[in-house]
Design a protein around this ligand. Sequence first.
Ligand code: UDP
Length: 234
Amino acid sequence: MQKRVLLKISGEQLAGQYEHGIDPQFGGWLAQEVKAFAENGSQIIIMVGGGNFVRGAQIAGKGIKRVTADHMGMLGTVMNAIALTDIFEKHDVPTRCLSNIFAQQVSENFSHRLAEKHLAAGRVVIVAGGVGRPYFTTDTAAVNLALELDCQAVYKATKVDGVYNKDPAQYSDAVRLDHVSFKEAVDNDHIRVMDKAAMALAMEHKLKIVVFDALQEDNIRRVARGEHVGTEVS
Ligand code: UDP
């Protein structure tokens, strides 16, 4: 079976060296990594976050309804996705952006068939708009999409290189774990690398999650070669 994985990139990562917005330098670097991955014959789908623009839960209130705030968050993911699509294509990585929130002027609407068609044509598919509904996050959307497109795993890019037994920022003796069970990842409040709702969905369907540092040189290529990176939650 052809290797097919879903890569979840947060808005914070897309901001790269900046506090907000998109860092084209990071996008270009990511394009090169993804290119190497695709040249290996693997298919890659990217779910982008939007936290570099808006996180609904943080701006809701004082007049902005939660639903509106979440719509703004989803629109932020659209900005990320169309920018990243341009950057990928500039680096000769054939890419299409599909959106789960209606934005026909800037993106094709997501449909299962269309995503399959682009993947079969050797294109990277970048998905915007999460699941297209408020009160969700792009982590949950990533797991949902990986299930829909029959991915072998979800690779969640984080700033740290996996899951630790305690907070590595606070404890110098924190140890990185190679493997964590779904139950532990859901039950342990110290493990906050991914939304609990996303973890619970992955657990229900036994979909492997790998938490890793995508910024570490060669890590994405190592994933393509089937090597162990970061922490596997399964
Ligand atoms: N969002 C939403 N529904 C979805 C996905 C995202 O309403 O299916 C909104 C939500 O407000 C969220 C924001 O979009 O806070 C940005 O997504 P997320 O926080 O997951 O981005 P990340 O933290 O990964 O950058």
